[in-house]
Design a protein around this ligand. Structure first.
Ligand SMILES: Nc1ncnc2c1ncn2[C@@H]1O[C@H](COP(=O)(O)OP(=O)(O)OP(=O)(O)O)[C@@H](O)[C@H]1O
Ligand SMILES: [Mg+2]
Length: 445
C-alpha cells in the first residue's frame, strides 16, 4: 500500500501502524529542529507556515520519495500533530460537524445534521489522546490529572469542551467538544420546519407582552437556539441581563449585560454559580432576565423574580414534556438552601410560569416545537396546562424521516386579555376560548 493510500485508508488513518510511526518520528525530528520559544511568538498561520517549511526540508533531506500529494498530506499530518490537536484538527475545521465525541483513543464520533456517526479514526494511544486533551485544556489555563479528573471549559474560540479521564471514565480519556452553536433567526427555524408563522406570531406577542416563558427540552433539542431567537423579539429599549454557565446566547440588542458563571479554580475557590448571578442581577435594574439553563437551586430565585415584577423573563429547563418541566422546576427549587414548603413551591410556580415551549428532537435529527402550553392555573390549584399549539407527528417513513403538522387551539381568556392589554394582536389561527371547556387542558401534579 502506498503511503498516500495508507494515510487516506480509513483503517489506518489516525496515526496507527507504520505511517503512524512515520508521523511521530517526523514530529519528533521537527520538534528537534525548531525553537519552540520563538515559535510561540508567531501568529498561528505563520507558525504553521514555518513548521511546514522546516518539515519540508527534513523530508527532502532524509525522507522517502513521495508524490506531491503524499508529501503534502504527510506534512499536514505531522504539523497538525506538532502544533495542534492532531486528528481532531480537520474535524474542528469542518463546519458541518456540530459535536465531536472522543470515547477513549479508539472511538471518535461526530454529530452532523443532528445525526451521530462514528469516524474511522483513532489516536495512536491513550497517551497521545491525553496529550491532545492537555493541550486543549491548557489553552484555558486549566489542568486535568488524577486529582482533577473532570474539566468543563469554553475555549476562546467559543467551543465548549468537557473532559473526563480515568479512573472516573472507564472508557479511557473522554473528550466532548461542542462547537459554538451558530444562532438562527426565527425565519430560519421556520425554514427547518421547527415551528411555523402562526406560532412565531403568537410567541412574538407573548414575549412583547412580557409573559414569563420556559423553553423545555432534552439535551441538544435546540433550547439555547430557540431561547436566542426568542430573545431577539425583546424590544430594543429594554435592559436585558443574560445569565449562563457558558455564554452561548448572541443577542443583537445593544442594551445587554452578559453574565457567565465560573467554576471553582484548582484550589477549589472562587466559584460563582448561576444562583449568585441571578441574585445579583436583581440588583441591576433588569427589564428582562434571560437564564440560559436552570439546573439547580437558582430555580427558586428565578421563580421568585418572575412573580415579583420581573416579568418577561425567559429560561430553559431540561425536561421531556411541559408537565415534566413544571415538576423539574419544583424539584430544582427544593434544592435551594432556602427551605420552602412543597405547597408554597407549587403556588410559586403557578404564579411565575406562564408559557412552556416544549422542544423535541426527532429520530431524523429534526428539532421542533412539539407544544406551546399556557399554565392556566392559580394559587394552590393543580397545574392546569392549556395546549395552544402542538405538533402531531406521523409514523416514521421508510427512509427514517418524520413528517407531521402543527395544530392550534384557542387561547385561555387570561392569555388573550394580557395580550390585549399589551396591545398585542390575537393571532387568527388561535382564537380565544369563551368557555373553559373550549380549552385543550390537562392537569398535572
Ligand atoms: N431548530 C433547529 N433545527 C436544526 N438544528 C438545530 C435547531 N435548533 C438547534 N439546532 C442545532 O442543534 C444543536 C444543539 O442546539 P442547542 O445548543 O440549541 O440545544 P440545547 O437544547 O440548548 O442543548 P443542551 O441541552 O446541550 O444545552 C446545535 O448544533 C444547533 O445548531
Ligand atoms: Mg443549551
Amino acid at each position: 500500500m502506498s503511503l498516500r493510500a495508507r494515510i487516506n485508508s480509513p483503517e489506518e488513518h489516525g496515526s496507527r501502524g507504520e505511517d503512524g510511526h512515520l508521523v511521530s518520528s517526523y514530529r519528533a525530528k521537527l520538534l528537534e529542529e525548531i525553537d519552540l520559544a520563538e515559535m510561540s511568538a508567531l501568529a498561528a498561520a505563520e507558525r504553521r507556515a514555518r513548521l511546514e517549511r522546516v518539515l519540508g526540508h527534513i523530508i527532502s533531506r532524509e525522507g522517502p520519495v513521495l508524490s506531491t500529494v503524499e508529501r503534502s498530506q504527510l506534512i499536514r499530518r505531522v504539523v497538525d500533530e506538532a502544533l495542534g490537536l492532531g486528528i481532531l484538527e480537520p474535524l474542528l475545521e469542518d463546519a458541518s460537524i456540530t459535536e465531536i465525541m472522543v470515547n477513549g483513543p479508539d472511538a471518535i464520533f461526530v454529530e452532523r445534521g443532528g445525526r451521530v456517526e462514528q469516524l474511522p479514526l483513532r489516536f495512536v494511544s491513550a497517551d497521545q489522546l491525553m496529550q491532545t486533551i492537555e493541550r486543549i485544556v491548557s489553552t484555558v489555563n486549566r489542568r486535568v490529572d488524577e486529582s482533577n479528573p473532570m474539566v468543563d471549559a469554553r475555549l476562546p474560540s467559543g467551543e465548549r469542551v468537557n473532559v473526563i479521564i480515568p479512573p472516573l471514565s472507564l472508557t479511557g480519556p473522554t473528550l466532548t467538544i461542542r462547537r459554538f452553536p451558530r444562532s438562527y433567526t426565527l425565519q430560519e427555524l421556520i425554514g427547518f420546519g421547527s415551528l411555523d408563522e402562526h406560532m412565531v406570531f403568537l410567541l412574538a406577542g407573548l414575549v412583547q407582552a412580557k409573559f414569563n416563558i420556559i423553553v423545555s427540552g432534552a439535551t441538544g433539542t435546540g433550547k439555547t437556539t430557540l431561547l436566542n431567537a426568542l430573545s431577539g423579539l425583546i424590544p430594543a429599549h429594554e435592559r436585558i441581563i443574560t445569565i449562563e454557565d457558558s455564554a452561548e446566547l448572541q443577542l443583537q440588542q445593544t442594551h445587554v449585560v452578559r453574565l457567565e458563571s465560573r467554576p471553582a479554580n484548582v484550589e477549589g475557590k472562587g466559584q460563582v454559580t448561576i444562583r449568585d448571578l441571578v441574585r445579583n442581577s436583581l440588583r441591576m435594574r433588569p427589564d428582562r432576565i434571560v437564564v440560559g439553563e436552570v439546573r439547580g437551586g437558582e430555580a427558586l430565585d428565578m421563580l421568585q423574580a418572575m412573580s415579583t415584577g420581573h416579568d418577561g423573563s425567559l429560561a430553559t429547563v431540561h425536561a421531556n414534556s411541559a408537565e415534566d418541566a413544571l415538576t423539574r422546576l419544583q424539584t430544582l427549587s427544593s434544592m435551594s438552601d432556602v427551605e420552602v414548603p412543597f405547597v408554597a413551591l407549587h403556588d410559586q410556580i403557578n404564579s411565575a410560569v406562564e408559557v412552556i415551549v416544549q422542544l423535541t428532537r426527532f429520530a431524523d435529527g429534526a428539532r421542533r416545537i412539539t407544544e406551546i402550553a399556557m399554565l392556566d392555573s392559580h394559587g394552590s390549584e393543580p397545574y392546569r396546562l392549556a395546549t395552544v399549539a402542538r405538533f402531531d407527528a406521523q409514523p416514521m417513513t421508510h427512509d427514517g424521516r418524520v413528517f407531521g403538522a402543527f395544530q392550534y387551539f384557542p387561547l385561555p381568556r387570561r392569555t388573550a386579555d394580557r395580550l390585549y392589554m399589551a396591545s398585542q394582536p390575537i393571532p387568527q389561527a388561535f382564537g380565544v376560548a369563551q368557555h373553559l371547556d373550549q380549552l385543550t387542558t390537562r392537569e398535572a401534579r
